[in-house]
Design a protein around this ligand. Sequence first.
Ligand SMILES: Cc1ncc(COP(=O)(O)O)c(C=O)c1O
Length: 436
Amino acid sequence: MQTGTGMSDLEGAIAELKEAYARGNPRSEARHQRARSSMPGGNTRTTLFYDPFPLVFGGAARATLTSIDGDDYTDFLSDFTAGLYGHSHPEIVKTIHEIVDEGLTLGGYNDYEAAFAHELCKRFPSVDLVRFTNSGTEANLMALATATAGTGRDAVVVFRGGYHGGVLAFSDGHSPTNAPYDFHIAEYNDPAGATTLIRELGDSLAAVLVEPMLGSGGCIPADREFLQSLRTETTRVGALLIFDEVMTSRLSFGGMQQRSNIEPDLTTLGKYLGGGMSFGAFGGREELMQRFDPSRAGAWAHPGTFNNNVLTMAAGLAGLRHVLTEDALHELNERGDRLRQSLTSIFERAGAPLRVTGLGSMLTIHPLTGVVHSRADLERSRESVRELLFFHLLADGFWLARRTMVALNLSITDEDCEALVTSVRRFVDRYGDILV
Ligand SMILES: Cc1ncc(COP(=O)(O)O)c(C=O)c1O
């Protein structure tokens, strides 16, 4: 349907919400315009940008973010999973204060790194030994380096819709800024296609790199059969299977590898595991990781000024030791399951063209109908509906990713989830007619 302005009702509704957003956030807009003079597009983290300008936050406490325009938002994004502990969790804050008092940038071994490594090895079944990096991107680059150096081969299989970092992005196939590996892209959740490709590549294949659930790619869980086929076929051709658990490690105490009972050769970690500090890690089978032992002749190098950054080591350790118990993680994931179920019920009852995907404490709302099983299914997605939903939720005080992804944090309560569900119900009631 068209409005008097020549816009469809949907476009008109988006324009109305965006105008109200721009009127309500003049400080964020001014800050954005100023930032453009020193950063391309006023931005240093692509994912955070959205039109007409992104909100700027001045602070946060527990599950609440406060913008520099003075508004509070319940944080349902939790920094794309990195903020699992909520804002300024007292245990983490206490630890950071202690570390600041004890001294930063030590430039030597510190008393936290081995204990932290031990906690990670204890949790993740495939990780016998681990090394730290500064980001998930770097962890994946190091895992790929381990695979190519270890096998003496070059080819790497990845999946459409996969995201493994700024230089390892396969949302829409190859990206011009990707690292120059010999990548071969297969379809996610297509065991037959992956099997054929792996067999074709045979003894030129170094590794298969896969997220056990596409995270940035839309919270699409892998079928167990798919992961099992990757395990079987990589073993058959002598290539390594790498699970990128940078996001999914939170989906059970031992990550998705424990949940699926499939062990990769290497695992990469990141996000929340550093207690909110910059973090990444790669680890795996002892005989592979031992190659980095510097006391061995011909050891592989992995230096890195901030690899054992004392703030990250101590904050990460405090989080795992004192906060993120198996019970706490289980409760977080159950809350996410309930939230996903509630949202799904709203959409089903109203016959609204929206779907919710994900597992546990991570979900994405997709503006489409039918099954969501691979990146190709998202081609049916109506991005204008996603935009309307994003601005509607923002107006109601909820912070989600612009791609309508949710990741819960430990400060989010059932009442917060109920409030989000109520806002989504209002969205469906108000706009139901123009969504179809
Ligand atoms: C699955 C996955 N791998 C790797 C990365 C990259 O991590 P980082 O942003 O810490 O470099 C991300 C970031 O979103 C991710 O979701």
